[in-house]
Design a protein around this ligand. Sequence first.
Ligand SMILES: [Zn+2]
Length: 225
Amino acid sequence: MSDARLREEICRYGRSLFERGLTPGSSGNISLRLDDGGWLVTPTNASLGFLDPARISRLDAGGELVSGDKPTKEIPLHSALYETRGSARAIVHLHSTHAVALTMLPEIDARAALPPMTPYYLMRAGKTALVPYYRPGDPAVADAIRGLAGKYSSVLLANHGPVVAGDSLEAAVFATEELEETAKLYLLLRNLNPRYLSPAQVADLVKTFGLDLPSHDDHEGHDHG
Ligand SMILES: [Zn+2]
C-alpha cells in the first residue's frame, strides 16, 4: 500500500471510531509501522474525527520526526508494544467508555481482563492484559507493557483505555472494537451469573482457528472460571 493510501486509511478508520463515540475529544491515537522501520502516527492534540492526511506525523526508524505535525505524546505506549510484538504492524489506542469502565472494577484479572464471552473476542483480541494506572506521560507505563513480553495483542491501561496491536490497521481496529463491545457485554451481564464459553469451547476455537492465547497457568489471581 502506498504512503498516500496508508494515510487515507488512518484518517478513514480514525473518523469511523470517532463518529461512533469510541474515543471522545482529541483522545486516542493510531500508528502504523512501515517497511523501512519508520512509522506514521496521529499528531498530538488531534481529534481522530478530523485528521488531515498531509499532517500525519512521519517518523524514521529511530523515532525522529521526518514530516508532518508533532506526534502524539502517547508514543511510548505504541513503541513498547511494537518492540515486544514483532508481528504488529498497526496499533490503536482509544479512551472508549466500556473498556475504561472495566479497568476500574475490583474483580478484574490482570492476565485475563475479560472472560471468554464470545468467539470473536477470542479470535480478534485474544486475551487482554490489564496494567496499573500511571500518570499520562509517565515512562513507567511503557515498562509495564514491555513486562508482558509481547504475549498480549490487547492491553488495558487502568483508568485510561485500551492499546491494541494488529498485523494490519484493519485488524487492530476490529480487535479494539471487539474488546470494547465485550467490555460492554461484561458490564451488562455483571452479577447476572451469565454462561461464558466453556474451557472445551475455548479449546475448540484455539484448535480450529490456530489462536495463540497466552497461558493462564502461571497466574495466581482471580478466576473467571
Ligand atoms: Zn490515552
